[in-house]
Design a protein around this ligand. Sequence first.
Ligand SMILES: [Ca+2]
Ligand SMILES: [Ca+2]
Ligand SMILES: [Zn+2]
Ligand SMILES: [Zn+2]
Length: 473
Amino acid sequence: EWPQKRELFSLKERSRRVSFQDTSKELSTATKALAGRAAAVRRADSLVSRWNPPRCGVPDLPAQTDGQSGRNRQKRFVLSGGRWDKTDLTYKIVRFPWQISKAKVRHVITEALQVWSKVTPLTFTEVQEGRADIIIDFTRYWHGDNLPFDGPGGILAHAFFPKTHREGDVHFDYDEAWTIGNNLGTDLLQVAAHEFGHVLGLQHSALSKSLMSPFYTFRYPPSLSEDDTQGIQYLYGPRTPPRFEKYHQEIETNEISTAETGTVPPKSKRVKHDMDACHLNFDAVSMIRGELFFFRSQYVWRLRGRKLQEGYPALASRHWQGIPDKVDAAFEDSTGNIWFFQGSTYWIYYGERQVSGPKPLSDLGLPVSDIQAALMWGSEKSKKIYLFKGDNYWRFNPSTRQVDSIYPRSMVDWRGVPQDIDAAFEDEYGYAHFLKGRQYWKFDPVQVRALEQYPRPIGQDFFSCTTNSNAYR
Ligand SMILES: [Ca+2]
Ligand SMILES: [Ca+2]
Ligand SMILES: [Zn+2]
Ligand SMILES: [Zn+2]
C-alpha cells in the first residue's frame, strides 16, 4: 500500500511542476505527436479554407493547466532546458533556397547569428566542410525528422534544441518565397534569427513582441526584445568586450567602465525582487577606484558619491570576468589590485583584467579558509590589510603576500565591533565600516573604537531605503 501511495505522489508532483527540463526531454516525442496532430488540423482547416498564419514549426509548450500558478508564468522567456557547453560555435549551410544567391544567404545567416552574439559571449564561424555544430538546410515536405514541411505558407522553419538528439539542426521550408529585408515574401533574416534562438536553447515566448514568438511578423531588422535578451543571457551571460580594449579604456579614465548600455536590460526587468538592497545583507563591500561596490551573490551595486549608479545592481562578472558566483570578501590594495576571496581561494584583478587566480589561500600563509571580510585601513603611509573570520583577524602584507603571523588576533581589538562580520571597507575619510546582517558599525580611526550612534541600518544610509522598508521582513 505504501509504495503505491508513493508512486501516486511522485506522479502528482511531476504533473504539478511541468518544468522546462521535463518538457525538453520529452520534446522529440511530444514534437512528433503534436506535428501529427497539427498536420491533421491543417488538413481539416484547408478543407474549410481557413488561413494558417505563417509560423515556426517548433511546437509551443502546452499551456499551464494548473490554475493557481497560471498567472504570469508564461509571460517571459522560456528555456528548452539545454544549452551549449561552449561559446564558440561553428555552422554549415548544406542547401540553399533558389531565390537568393548563395553569397546573400551567407550574409543573412551571419546577420541573424549576430542578433544573438551581440548580447552574449557567443561566436559563430562558418565552415564549408567537415562537421559543424549548427547545420542549416533548406528542405521540403518529409525530410527525415518526422516534422514534415507543408509547401508554401504555414510552417516556415523549425530547429532543434541543444542536448536533444538533433541538436544544432535548423531546417527552412524550401517552398517558401524567401526574401531579404522586405515583406514581399517571407523574410529569411527574421525567420533565421528566430530559429537560431531555438538552436541556442530558447523555447517560444508568449510575448508577441518577442523574437521568440512562434508567429511570423515582418520586422526589419530583427531585434531582440528585453525578454529575448534576458533569456539568452540567462543561458550564456552578457557579452564582455575584448579585454585589451577594456584595459586601455580603464587606464585612460582610471575607473571601471561599464559594459555598453545596449546590452543592459533596464533595471526594473533585470533585478529580481529578492535583489532589493533594502532587504539584503551583503557578502562583501569594497572601495574600488574611489567608488563603493557592494557584493551579494552574483550581483554588484555601485555607488559613486553615495549614489547608486544607473544600471545597478548588475552581474559582478560584467566587470570581473571569472569572478566566482559569490565572494566571501574583497578589497583594493594601495597598488590598485583588487582581491577577491572565496572558500579556500583568491583572485587578483587590476581594473577588470585578471592578474592571477584562482590561487590557494594557503599561499598567503593564512591557516584558515572561508574568510568573512577583508579591509584595507590605516593612515596613508601605514595602510594595512586585515582579514576577518569569526572572532579572529589576521594582518596581511600585500607586498610580501604573507600574513604577519599565522596566529590570529582577537576581534576585541576592534572596540565596539561585533564578531562574525559579513563585510568591511574603509570610506574616503578613513573610517572603517563593518557590516553584519542589515546593520553596520562605523569605526573611528582616532578614538580607535566604533562610534556611539552605531549600528545603523545599511539600507537607510547607503540605498536611501525608508525606515519602514528596512524594518519590513
Ligand atoms: Ca511552409
Ligand atoms: Ca563576507
Ligand atoms: Zn520557433
Ligand atoms: Zn526538419
